[in-house]
Design a protein around this ligand. Structure first.
Ligand code: PHB
Length: 391
């Protein structure tokens, strides 16, 4: 029923478009940016919107002679809302691209609409490996959890860690992280116990008590961006900071937006990820400086870089298609490569996922602030789940 209404509305929209004259429709390219701007994941929305606006401020709002219009919508972190907003943006606003998607369920909900309407969807945040398989119109500029996590397992195995407890948020990306770590670490002879904590309003304390009892060499943690501070507080309250259990994981737990507020407890945490505000390159120095100037009191995190690069991918795609959307635009995005603030990246033409360096980092105090300081690089990492399927 819903689908029929949508199809009818889409048909009507096509007629209106033809009547109003193609010239008018071509002059503006609309990008629908759907993000959690309120609720527990508002930091993700704030970071991505700020970065997308910065990109447009730097690169201008005209591409291939077309005016670019950014339409930002708040889905409040609720998947049904994301879907409704995507439908409205497609039918009423006639967007050429949708983008954003702060969490896995929010990226999956509008995927069938992207396919039906042939509107490319640029996933700037959500990171469960399978998301790009939900529609041939999805392309991703964030990362996948297995991509960030396998290098963590390898580092742990090579650095004397033998026994690990994993603690992950119990949904797509957490399960991806748990499986990727457990598979790679046990393959190297490591021993793992798995714990999962609910995503909504997490109370970590009963799980942290189990960790204290198990006395592992390391605690591997995945919580989505924005939740790390809550986790760290309870980690300290349970006395785990003084227990000798090393903190490791993909970089979401020490995300740059909240890391500096965590205090000394975060010092020494080892994480693997694709972006640090401390990444040492001219592109990143310029990005961090411009981001801070445009957004006083904010530091860009990996969500911001996903948004910034997502806008770059849209701009580059539109340049190649001369402003056309649809199948031509998604095809144009495949294989695009550039130097991001995070380092060299490219869009895998087969999977539409991003290929990028993963860095091993340690939380250190630099000029009075906490940063994830990179000390090793694994170059050009593909999502290992899809790479394994392809072989
Ligand atoms: C996700 O829901 O896919 C997600 C959200 C935040 C992260 C990572 C993954 O930091």
């Amino acid at each position: 029923m819903r689908r029929r209404t949508f199809m009818r509305a889409a048909g009507a929209a096509a007629v209106t478009l033809a009547l109003s004259g193609a010239a008018l429709a071509q002059e503006t390219v609309k990008i629908g940016l759907i993000l959690p701007m309120t609720g527990p994941f508002a930091s993700t929305g704030r970071q991505i919107e700020a970065a997308a606006r910065l990109y447009m401020q730097q690169q201008g709002d005209t591409v291939a002679g077309k005016k670019i219009q950014l339409i930002v919508k708040d889905d409040t972190g609720v998947a049904d809302v994301t879907k409704r907003l995507a439908q409205e943006l497609i039918v009423n606003d006639k967007i050429s691209v949708m983008a954003g998607f702060g969490l896995t369920p929010l990226a999956l909900a509008p995927a069938p609409l992207a396919t039906q309407a042939k509107v490319p969807a640029v996933v700037m945040a959500a990171a469960t490996a399978t998301i790009t398989e939900a529609s041939p119109f999805i392309v991703r500029t964030s990362f996948t959890l297995p991509q960030a996590t396998v290098p963590m397992a390898e580092w742990a195995a090579q650095n004397g860690i033998k026994k690990v407890v994993t603690l992950v948020s119990d949904y797509g990306p957490g399960i991806d992280a748990e499986k990727a770590f457990t598979g790679a670490f046990t393959a190297k002879g490591g021993q793992v116990e798995n714990l999962r904590v609910p995503l909504a309003n997490p109370d970590f304390s009963p799980f942290l008590q189990k960790v204290a009892d198990a006395k592992p060499d390391a605690l591997f943690v995945f919580v989505p961006s924005g939740i790390g501070a809550q986790f760290m507080k309870q980690f300290v309250e349970r006395g785990l900071d003084k227990s000798g259990v090393k903190l490791i994981g993909p970089g979401d737990v020490t995300d740059d937006d909240i890391l500096n507020g965590m205090g000394d407890v975060a010092l020494g945490a080892i994480t693997t990820q694709h972006y640090s505000a401390a990444h040492d390159s001219p592109e990143n120095k310029a990005f961090v400086e411009a981001f801070k100037k445009a957004n006083p009191n904010m530091r860009p995190n990996f969500m911001a870089v996903g948004g910034y690069d997502g806008m770059h991918l849209i701009y580059e795609g539109l340049k190649k298609t001369n402003g056309q959307g649809g199948q031509a635009l998604i095809d144009a995005m495949k294989g695009t490569s550039w130097t991001s603030p995070r380092g060299p990246v490219s869009i895998d033409p087969q999977t539409r996922d991003i290929i990028q360096n993963i860095y091993v980092r340690k939380v250190e105090r630099v000029n009075g602030e906490l940063y994830n300081v990179e000390f090793a690089t694994i170059p050009n990492v593909k999502d290992p789940v899809k790479a394994a399927k392809a072989n």
